[in-house]
Design a binder for this molecule. Sequence first.
Ligand code: GLU
Length: 418
Amino acid sequence: MEFLLQSPVFKMACQQFDETADFLTLDSSLRERTKWPKRLMCVSVPVRMDSGETKVFSGYRVQHHLALGPTKGGLRFSPNVDLGEVAALAMWMSWKCALAGLPYGGGKGGVTCNPSQLSLRELEGLTRRYTVEMLPFIGPHTDVMAPDMGTNEQTMAWMMDTYSMHVGHTDSSIVTGKPVSIGGCLGRREATGRGVAFLANRAVEILKLPANSRVIIQGFGNVGSYAAFQMAKFGYRIVGVSDAFGGLYNPNGIDAQKLWDYHQINGRVTGFPDAEKITNEELLIQECEVLIPAATEQVIHAQNAKLLKCRILAEGANGPTNLEADAILEARGDVFVIPDILCNAGGVITSYFEWVQDLQNFFWNEAEIYDRLYRTLEMTFMEVLKFSKEKKVSHRRAALALGIQKVVNAKKIRGVYP
Ligand code: GLU
């Protein structure tokens, strides 16, 4: 299987797994059973374009393990996505769900495309056809998708509609992150960013950092923007923000709401009048108390890890810190890392609430949702900190070990069929 998955991100996920498996002294058979993805799907997705031609896109879905329940995880539309990246992200979803105690295996999907260059009609065609290609492999008790990079509530609405038309009745539990009007969960849109901010705020409290601590956020999509709003609400000063087009820096603080309004009109943060221009690379190494990478993988690497000037690294993205950078940060010992599978888990935890509500047709109010979300995050955070302290390992190793061990336990007790 390895030859199919030649991607730096997949290698990173495997190495993280191998090192954690060594730490847990897993025997070789459990190691193999836990590491490799159970199912890899590659599909061709023909789409009739506005020009009249038919273009064929490559679509993927990886279901990492099935030992605890359906697989769960996002679908991304991105120009660089490939099977290896999707497999790595599915693996991380496995540890993330297990760590938070959710009854899911990890899944992730992707379509190699540039969503900003597709019309709404083309995006709808792509989403619906991808869903149809995936019909034999998905279901509310088999595999449940959600938004990720380049996809959103509208994408989920098209998927839910396509699936429902095929099964002959409305089934809202087939995806999460849907619009609230068709069975979505109140607060799901904001949940990942708010969860990141909740944990970053807890870390500030634990480290006794100032109440007006400085925050830098890389990425102003669904995660970065809501993390910014929430951090501002806590009273922190957002001194830097960036997106794919470039960055902004203002040591006196950037108004998150004004930036959001500007972003809505211009489709980017660059050019915002109340801040200086800065590159993405420079932004990451500016002085701040909290750094939130909320964009993509491997943005913190061997070159910039030693230059980071933050006290807290709150990983809103999946896999933002590569292995070399991780080793550097561990050796430095002065950066409090909130690892991705914990830090951004607010999204999938709220997806779980959405799925449960849809299966029961019984809906909760927003206060109930956030009360449960914050309690789950707090408990998981404390579990990770306790494990890290007791075993004298990094927060990342602790989070991975706890997540992986839960999957291993399920596989062990269920045994091998037949
Ligand atoms: N795509 C998000 C993640 O990476 C959310 C997945 C979900 O809600 O299923 O965690």
